[in-house]
Design a protein around this ligand. Structure first.
Ligand code: GUN
Length: 292
């Protein structure tokens, strides 16, 4: 197998997801619903600025209306929660996303709980997050769902596989563990207190790293033929790179996501899908009321 053919093209998968939305987008518009997402950015974290720009560009490509509110990093929690409440009450807005991380005076959990579960395109509200356990949540968090879609797209079965996930954030590691458990994989969830990371990673059929620590994992950590999903994105010696040392990993893996161009674009495409699903929910409710 050539090394080239091992590289998973996240951009291609993302475009296919975006294309698959066009039928529902046309249906919504025909019925007078213009799907829309509102993104809130607090402060000027350079990575967040880029992520938000990528989300705006994807919305434009898909024909989804997007608007953005930018606040300075000293905004109070109350002011932010008031804005979210206002957006919750606006029937023309279907999806609300507050870009994380937030400045320390703002409790991120309060923000997640304030966004209406019906507009929670990030899938972080406790109602939606809790439903992940049952396997029938309406909004799954975008990065974990993107990873599941990548694995499915590449026909990588999950049943009976040893999956090792490094990182237990609420954005990636925790929800992903449950989502892959629901697919009957055997999950090992590693965190910063895990003593010997290599002991676990060497046994992984599928290794997923989401730490943001550049080049944490090199080829010697990887089992021959493993699938490697790199969720990390950081800057190292002026270059964007992931958690995986790609050059030493590529000879070991059967498949690997590059950084950039792997998980990132698929995450954004899933956000668009969640937004369309939020708008579809509104249309369904409208029709239900009309039938009464
Ligand atoms: N920051 C990094 N990833 C994410 C994400 O998926 N959603 C939000 N809201 N913020 C993030």
């Amino acid at each position: 197998m050539s090394n080239e053919s091992k590289i998973i093209d996240g951009k291609k998968i993302a475009r296919e997801i975006e294309l698959s939305l066009s039928k529902n987008i046309a249906f919504l518009k025909k019925n007078g619903v213009i799907p829309s997402i509102t993104v809130i950015l607090v402060g000027e974290n350079p990575a967040s600025v880029i992520y938000v720009k990528n989300k705006e560009n994807a919305a434009k490509r898909c024909g989804i209306l997007s608007q953005k509110y930018i606040y300075s990093s000293d905004i109070s929690e109350n002011e932010l929660l008031r804005k979210i409440t206002e957006l919750n009450d606006d029937p023309l807005i279907h999806g609300i996303l507050v870009q994380l991380p937030l400045p320390k005076q703002i409790n991120e959990y309060s923000v997640m709980e304030t966004i209406s579960p019906n507009k929670d395109v990030d899938g972080f509200h406790p109602f939606n997050a809790g439903k992940i356990f049952t396997g029938n949540s309406y909004f799954y968090p975008c990065t974990p769902l993107g990873i599941v879609k990548i694995l499915d797209y590449c026909d990588i079965g999950l049943e009976g596989k040893n999956v090792v996930i490094i990182g237990q954030s609420i954005i990636v590691g925790k929800p992903l563990s449950i989502m892959l458990m629901n697919r009957n994989a055997t999950i090992s969830a590693l965190n910063i207190y895990t003593g010997d990371i290599k002991y676990w990673t060497k046994r992984a059929d599928i290794l997923i790293s989401a730490t943001g620590k550049p080049h944490l994992i090199d080829g010697s950590f990887i089992k021959e033929g493993a699938v490697v999903i790199d969720v990390g994105i950081s800057r190292f010696n002026g270059k964007i790179c992931g958690d995986i040392n790609f050059d030493t990993a590529i000879d070991k893996v059967s498949k690997i996501t590059p950084v950039p161009g792997g998980v990132g674009p698929v995450t954004v495409a899933v956000l668009m899908e969640n937004t369309i699903n939020a708008a579809m929910k509104v249309l369904r409710r409208q029709r239900l009321m009309e039938d009464m």
